[in-house]
Every structure is written in C-alpha cells, then in structure tokens.
Design a protein around this ligand. Structure first.
Ligand SMILES: *Cc1c(COP(=O)(O)O)cnc(C)c1O
Length: 358
C-alpha cells in the first residue's frame, strides 16, 4: 500500500529536465539548485537523480553537509555564503564553495586561521538590492579578497536577477551590463542565470547556470508551464478520496458553511489539507484531478482534508486517487488560482507528506 498523501518524485523527469537545461545552455556548467530540501522533492533524492550535474547550489551549510554525508562529491556552493566564523573550517574540510556578499564575511575570512583556502564567489548587487556588494564597493572588496590568504584564487563572480521572469522588462539586461562592466577582463568564473535567466535570457548563461525551479519541471512564470519549455513536472502530489457523499441543493459544506450546493450533487472528501501544506486559502473552484477530469474544490480547506464537487452523476469511489498537482494538473495553474507561486507550493509541503522516489 502506498502512503497518502504523498509526493511522487519522478527520477526520469528530473534527469530529463537536467538534459533539457543542458540543451538550452550548451556552453554552461549546471549548478543544480537543491536548497529547501530540493524544493520539497527531497534533497538526497534530487542529488542522486541528477548526480551528473556539475555542482549543487544550497542556502544553508546544513544542507551542504547532508549532501556530503550522502556521498555527494560534486561542487557545492552556499548561495548566501557562511553565516558564522565557526563555519569556515567546515567549508575547508568538506570542500564547500561560498558566496561572499557582505563585509562581515570578509572580516571573518581575514581573521580566520584555515588549513586551506576557500573557493569564493563574490556577489555583486547589480539591481536586486538584497545581497551583494555595490559597484561602488567592488574594487575595494575585490582587492581585499585577492589579498586574503584564506581565499582561493582566482575569485569567481555572481549576481542574481530580480525580474528575469518578465521577458518584456529591460532590468535583466541592465543588470547584465553592470555585471559585465565590473568583471570584464578579470579571471574567475561567472554565474548569473536562475531558471528564468536560462530560459528567457540566453546571453546571461556564462560559465555556470543556476537553475532551481526548472530542474523540477516547473516554469518560473505563473500562467506559463514547464511543458512549454520542454520540461516535465517531477512532482505529483497525490492523495485519495476517503468519502463520497450525496449532497442536497442548498446544503452548506465545511467550516463556516460558506459554500452551499447550487444543485443536488456528489461531494468527495480528499485526504489532504493545510496540515500537509496544501494552502488553506485555496479558493472555491481550485482544480483537483480525479479519474481523468478536473473537479473544483468547494468549501474551506481544513487541516486534514478538503472537499470537491464530483458532480451529480459521479461514479467516483472511496479509495480513488486524487492529484492535487502533477503532470495532469500543472502546479503553475494551481498556484495561480491560489494567488501564490509554484515555488511556494512545492517547498511548503509538511513532513506528513511522504516523498516517494519513483
Ligand atoms: C534559489 C536561487 C536560484 C534558483 O532560482 P530558480 O528561480 O528556482 O531557478 C539561483 N540562484 C540563487 C542565488 C538562488 O537563491
């Protein structure tokens, strides 16, 4: 018996998506971004499925250490760098690259006593204005990094885009121009492109691309979907019907009773709710895929279950499978209905959802 609810992760889809990204960016190495538990797909699952990626990008040192414990020996990069001086010896021991985006990290590097230098990616703030050194600080910081014995040479460079998912907006090319002005002529590798950069701005691909969401088969843009880019969704969120009931016109359903049936119908109760990470604010009409068709959510999503209108002539039975998103129901579409982004849906599943590699 398969557990439910469960997130089925397709090994084949992950491998296909990596191959597809290599096709789209044939001259770049791929740093597969697997932060946040592989965007909810399971950190080690993903790393093992795409073990031929050239490297992995992470947000936390703990994630990198988990990969090393799982015998992953590829290049690892902490995308926000290290947070504490005590982390530095671990970077050396486990061969973990770090981003340096802030003067406090520079200070820690200069004061540390390390057995070997650390590979550093200097982060330049070209317009995101969240992390990174400004163009005005560039020369001084670059010089300090070069003088620091704890920093491996050459120093590498990265930046991050704020609006690469908006193909009509000029900001991405402006960010690229600022980046190129800073690093032109300098040795070291470069990385700029997240998924949207890879898919919509090929001129940003450079030595390394850093795709996250696209690797999972999902488009970085709502209203679009991964399949338009030759990607295959890697996650299917699946549960099942635990009740099928006849329901009278005019009767309410669920907490608050704010939905009432316009006609006699059949309701299905699906075992998934906000306690599993399915958003409570999913509005009436949000689709669920059951027995070959989409049916609408009615009434409020509760902690452990939600209700769908199966229609007056429904033949669905208790035990039938229900897909909340997956190849038959793009997560981008569900996200748009709910008023969020696919990134949030896949990363927010709770530990109650079994992650099953298929
Ligand atoms: C998360 C992250 C990525 C991946 O972004 P996607 O939009 O999922 O492709 C790339 N670079 C950095 C610095 C990140 O934090």
């Amino acid at each position: 018996m398969k557990p439910f609810p469960r997130a089925e992760i397709s090994r084949q889809a992950l491998q296909h998506n990596l191959a597809r990204l290599r096709e789209v960016a044939p001259h770049s190495k791929v740093m597969a971004v697997v932060k946040a538990n592989g965007y909810g797909h399971g950190l080690l699952n993903v790393a093992q499925c795409v073990s031929d990626a050239d490297g992995f990008g992470l947000a936390r040192l703990e994630e990198a250490l988990q990969l090393r414990s799982g015998d992953v020996d590829a290049k690892l990069l902490l995308l926000e760098g290290f947070f504490r001086a005590e982390d530095l010896p671990l970077l050396v021991t486990h061969h973990i690259d770090t981003v340096v985006h802030h003067a406090s990290q520079l200070d820690m590097l200069e004061q540390a006593e390390l057995e070997a230098p650390v590979t550093v990616w200097m982060k330049i703030d070209t317009g995101m204005h969240r992390l990174g050194f400004s163009p005005a600080q560039f020369a001084e910081v670059y010089e300090r990094l070069n003088r620091c014995a704890n920093v491996a040479k050459p120093v590498n460079f990265m930046t991050h885009f704020a609006r690469a998912d908006e193909p009509e907006q000029p900001q991405t090319l402006q960010q690229l121009a600022i980046f190129e002005r800073m690093v032109r002529e300098l040795p070291g590798e470069r990385t700029l492109a997240n998924s949207a950069g890879v898919l919509f701005w090929p001129e940003t691909q450079k030595e390394w691309i850093r795709p996250g969401i696209a690797l999972y088969g999902v488009s970085p843009v709502n209203g679009d979907n991964g399949q338009h880019h030759g990607l295959i969704p890697a996650m299917s969120l699946v549960s099942q019907l635990i009740a099928v009931r006849q329901h009278k016109a005019g009767d309410p359903v669920g907490y608050g009773g704010y939905w009432t049936a316009p006609r006699d119908t059949t309701l299905g109760v699906v075992a998934i709710g906000y306690g599993d990470g399915y958003p409570r604010n999913a509005p009436e009409g949000t689709p669920v895929f059951i027995n070959g068709r989409q049916v609408p959510i009615v009434g409020r999503v509760s902690m452990d279950m939600l209700t769908v209108d199966l229609g007056p002539d429904a033949a669905d039975k208790v035990g039938d499978s229900a897909m909340l998103w997956g190849p038959k129901l793009p997560v981008e579409e569900v996200a748009e209905r709910i008023g969020t982004i696919a990134y949030e849906l896949v990363t927010k599943l709770t530990p109650r959802v079994a992650v099953c590699l298929e």
